[in-house]
Design a protein around this ligand. Structure first.
Ligand code: BEZ
Length: 252
């Protein structure tokens, strides 16, 4: 995952990402004082929510821009810059928590990530996470693929959205025991009349790297959003067709 975030817009307009993350934290079975790593902590909003639940939290993220916001907003939480597929901690933690991060990592790097998580946990430690699951943003990516194809460009799907069975297999291969898994729809309201175009601009970056010129990119995004209007614009509001995969696994 190597993405340049518009950290301020992300924090201002896409706060639903960490708001929904609070529900994932309920899967943690931990006492006050348990040590938790927030893997892919972004702007630190969920690290703070975890700290407010009484956990001793460290955040880890690759983005310098988002970490700057996290450190400014929550100066009493330690945040470290690091790669989710290649990190180690000085001491094991009780819980690794992660929200809306794992789908950014290609399928072939998931094993490396799970090895790092396994190594970072104490024995019987928990890995609790939510990510985009099979079918996530299916309509959005189909509309983008169609708009790309109409102009003769290939559309390379930039995310990994596994099924329960597929990800459970990866977890077991890495030495975890799966304790809980659920895949569910969560249509998510976007902000404002340009909500869908803003969402695409914020989150879908790499497929656009082959397209030269801002005007053509903007036209492509506009066409994709128009295509989606019938399915994802309701009563004056845009919705993204999110599907979540929420899991809890224990270091066996
Ligand atoms: C998600 O949380 O499912 C997601 C967010 C941005 C891009 C792709 C997926």
């Amino acid at each position: 995952m190597n993405i340049q975030w518009d950290a301020e817009k992300y924090t201002a307009d896409f706060s639903f990402v960490h708001q929904y993350g609070s529900g994932v934290a309920e899967l943690i079975d931990g006492e006050r004082g348990a040590k938790v790593l927030d893997l892919g902590c972004g702007n630190g909003a969920l690290s703070k929510a975890l700290r407010d639940r009484g956990y001793v939290v460290t955040g880890l993220d690759a983005s310098k821009e988002l970490l700057e916001i996290a450190r400014t907003n929550y100066p009493d939480i330690p945040f470290i810059q690091g790669d989710a597929t290649d990190f180690s901690l000085p001491e094991p933690v009780d819980v690794v928590f992660s929200n809306a991060v794992l789908h950014w990592i290609d399928r072939e790097w998931q094993g490396a990530l799970l090895r790092c998580v396994y190594r970072a946990l104490r024995d019987r430690g928990q890995f609790v996470f939510e990510m985009g699951g099979c079918g996530n943003n299916r309509l959005i990516h189909a509309a983008l693929a169609e708009a790309f194809a109409r102009r003769g460009y290939p559309y390379q799907m930039p995310f990994y959205f596994p099924t329960i069975g597929e990800y459970a297999g990866l977890l077991e291969a890495a030495g975890f025991q799966v304790r809980c898994a659920v895949l569910f729809d969560r249509p998510t309201e976007l902000k404002g009349e340009a909500g869908m175009e803003d969402w695409i601009r914020m989150f879908v970056k790499t497929p656009f790297s082959i397209i030269e010129g801002e005007a053509e990119r903007a036209e492509l995004i506009r066409q994709a959003a128009e295509r989606l209007r019938g399915a994802l614009y309701k009563n004056g509001r845009w919705y993204a067709d999110y599907v979540r995969l929420r899991m809890k696994a224990v270091k066996a």
